[in-house]
Design a binder for this molecule. Structure first.
Ligand code: SAH
Length: 368
């Protein structure tokens, strides 16, 4: 593990300045026109930014120097790394970054033999208050802008290409499992997904099938997302199949109950043809009981359909100061076996980045 402190200053809050990645192709041409340049300069700029992951105008040598200086206005530094950590022999890299106003958020790049994944933040902080989650303890700072979300992916794609994971790799997967509740920042997140998945030079060209949006279960927003025509994978952070416990583990359950969330997940699977992922952080003696495994499998089979759902178990990554811990291995194995025996796919997520506190919000929390 290595730690590299880069910059320090005090947080302030505010709306980020306009950035190329906030704009769709027509808006980009209009913005370039407002700067007094012809529309085709916008396309050139987009080819560098989305097609080559370049945000430094000095590298855009096919543009005249004067145009470069003008166009820099559309590429303000929105996501500035302040701390970088790596572990797993360099296959996991976590970046704490600051926004233009000092706001902190984080992203994690992970390399696998067959793919490279970046886990990104959709908000600085989070308002969902889940008691086992480090980010949930700090509350919501602010929504990230579309460009702040896209910038995390653009920088990760450039880093992967340039060998940050040990060899040149193509960024294939993007998961909204960093800080924040993506569906509580709906418009900006959907715009960011469009920019991430549009083919270059309009977007970063990452397949929508490689993008996962994870949510606590905001039912109306799940239905809205199903209608966007974006075949991204939906992950629902369920964590228990019963309302009594979920009311405390995922407080938004007081608004939308387990069955309502699962019904929305089924509608999503039907509309998109995509299998839904159910996230379940196993917490010792809290939600790891055999009867909960049985009830989980039963409800998923009844409400979503055995073949349209996949359970992703996450061994709890304990947050500092919490009395909760991961389940013992035999309890975890029994939980997996019971879900699988009921015919529902169930796997245990690999726990990358534990030693660099790469569980939701832990790096930002430790730096604060
Ligand atoms: N707000 C969204 C996305 C961010 S969290 C959501 O809740 O889905 C991504 C996943 O990490 C969620 O499933 C979340 O419940 C889980 N998580 C948060 N803190 C964790 C911890 N300490 N250990 C294990 N999983 C955790």
């Amino acid at each position: 593990m290595s730690t590299l402190p880069l910059v320090f200053d005090a947080p302030r809050r505010g709306r980020p300045p306009r950035h190329l990645a906030d704009l769709d192709p027509a808006e980009r041409r209009a913005a370039v026109g407002e700067l007094g340049l012809p529309g085709f300069r916008a396309d050139q700029l987009a080819r560098h930014y989305f097609g080559r992951f370049t945000a430094d105008v000095e590298q855009m040598t096919d543009l005249p120097a004067a145009a470069r200086a003008t166009l820099a206005e559309l590429l303000p530094p929105l996501v500035v790394p302040v701390l970088e950590q790596e572990c797993d022999g360099g296959a996991t890299r976590k970046t704490l970054w600051k926004g233009h106003d000092g706001t902190r958020a984080e992203s994690v790049l992970m390399g696998y033999p067959d793919r490279a994944t970046v886990c990104i933040s959709s908000q600085a902080g989070c308002g969902m208050a889940c008691p086992f989650c480090a980010t949930g303890q700090g509350g919501l700072d602010r929504n990230l802008s579309t460009a702040e979300i896209v910038e995390q992916v653009r920088q990760a794609a450039a880093a992967a290409r340039d060998g940050a994971l040990g060899r040149p790799a193509r960024l294939s997967n993007v998961v909204f499992m960093g800080m924040g509740e993506p569906l509580a920042n709906y418009r900006r997140v959907v715009d960011a997904v469009r920019r991430i998945t549009a083919p270059a030079p309009d977007g970063l060209g990452i397949s929508a099938r490689g993008v996962t949006v994870s949510t606590v279960g905001l039912v109306p927003a799940i239905d809205k997302l199903a209608a966007e025509g974006l075949p991204v994978t939906l992950a629902v952070s369920l964590h228990t199949p019963d309302d009594e416990l979920r009311d405390t583990l995922v407080p938004v359950n007081n608004r939308w109950k387990v069955d309502e969330v699962l019904d929305a997940a089924r509608r999503y699977a039907t509309a998109t043809g995509r299998r839904v992922s159910i996230e379940y952080a196993l917490i010792r003696d809290v939600n790891d009981h055999p009867w909960r495994a049985d009830l989980l499998a039963k409800k998923l089979a009844q409400r979503i359909g055995k073949h349209r759902v996949h359970v992703n178990l996450i061994p709890l990554n304990p947050t500092p100061g919490s009395e909760w811990d991961a389940s013992p291995r035999p309890v975890q194995d029994e939980f997996v076996r019971r879900v699988q025996d009921a015919g529902v796919a169930c796997t245990v997520r690999d726990t990358r980045g534990r030693e660099i506190a790469a569980a939701c919000g832990q790096l930002a929390a430790s730096e604060a």
